[in-house]
Design a binder for this molecule. Structure first.
Ligand SMILES: [Ca+2]
Ligand SMILES: [Ca+2]
Ligand SMILES: [Ca+2]
Ligand SMILES: [Ca+2]
Length: 132
């Protein structure tokens, strides 16, 4: 009886240690910066929640962080001109937020990465040989 009780205590300690290690390891291994349920290494837009991973031009940047409409790896006035030409249409690439229409919501998304590269993306993409 006494031995059994000690074994249970030791077993319990080991189990809780194993759980603690798994908990720490889990957090380190499964970083999900934007909390959209996709690990950063599988997320085509690591800083903006996009569980659908919509990437209509298939360049490795999810539409929500891909305002680079002419695919030159910089978001600038050239892209703004393209978005303007598709304004109030349903062009899929210029529809950054995926609500079916190109409008001020998409313009606001573009503004957030203006003068920057598209992304960051956690998957291989058209602008970087390594994900970023
Ligand atoms: Ca994301
Ligand atoms: Ca894209
Ligand atoms: Ca561009
Ligand atoms: Ca839209």
């Amino acid at each position: 009886m006494h031995v059994t009780a000690r074994c249970l205590v030791i077993a319990g300690l080991l189990a809780s240690m194993a759980c603690a290690v798994a908990g720490v390891g889990g957090r380190l291994l499964i970083a999900d910066t934007d909390g959209d349920g996709l690990a950063d290494g599988e997320d085509n837009c690591t800083t903006f929640p996009d569980p659908a991973q919509r990437d209509t031009n298939r360049d490795g940047f999810g539409n929500v962080c891909d305002a680079d409409l002419n695919d030159d790896c910089t978001v600038n006035f050239l892209d703004l001109v393209i978005m303007k030409s598709f304004f109030f249409t349903n062009d899929p690439d210029a529809d950054l937020n995926g609500d079916g229409v190109v409008n001020f919501g998409d313009l606001a998304r573009m503004k957030q990465t203006f003068f920057e590269a598209p992304g960051p993306s956690g998957v291989p993409n058209a602008c970087h040989s390594t994900p970023r």
